[in-house]
Design a protein around this ligand. Structure first.
Ligand code: ADP
Length: 163
């Protein structure tokens, strides 16, 4: 069984992430969305439990997609799924530079681990979790940026944080 691992911080999941996950689910037998619990990004908006809940809601109609939390190194996590491949979305040249570096580091730890890239859908090349957090903070419209089903959760959290 060929497994794709879609890793990220998903703080929160966006339609750009979901587009990559869905396209991977058509190519691979199984997709594991790997939510990083120890992301080096400082002060996340959501707890890991909230991130996982939002990803679960977003992928509920994709039968071969599951969600897991990773507390360690991604290259070690991938060993759980023999022959698995990391899938990353590429929005711009800046993504490429970072991802190229990550792939080289991952291969030092797990030489068999390959990373494959899917180019971002043109509708979402501008979209990132940080843009969504910014929009949510100022109470802007989130429709078209994140799955409709999680808009309420994001707005609720933004309201709490603003207080
Ligand atoms: P972000 O970069 O939004 O903070 P993550 O760190 O969770 O998100 O990114 C996880 C993966 O998702 C990375 O491979 C990243 O390139 C990809 N990704 C993020 N946003 C998009 C998007 N809008 N379109 C395609 N891929 C994306």
């Amino acid at each position: 069984m060929k497994t794709a691992i879609c890793p990220g911080s998903f703080d929160p999941i966006t339609l750009g992430h979901l587009n990559i996950i869905e396209r991977a689910s058509h190519i691979f037998d199984r997709v594991v969305v790997c939510v990083a619990a120890n992301a080096s990004k400082t002060s996340p908006m959501f707890t890991v439990e909230e991130k996982v809940e939002m990803v679960r809601i977003a992928v509920k109609d994709l039968p071969n997609v599951s969600v897991e939390v990773n507390t360690g190194l991604l290259a070690e996590f991938a060993r759980r799924y023999e022959g698995s491949v990391l899938i990353k979305g590429l929005r711009a040249a800046s993504d490429f530079d970072y991802e190229f570096q990550m792939d080289l580091i991952n291969k030092r730890i797990n030489p068999a681990l390959e990373t494959m890239f899917l180019t971002a859908d043109q509708r979402y090349t501008f979209l990132s979790s940080s843009i969504v957090r910014e929009m949510a903070h100022y109470g802007a419209e989130l429709s078209g940026l994140v799955p409709e089903e999680i808009i309420g959760l994001i707005e609720g959290k933004a309201n709490i944080k603003r207080r």
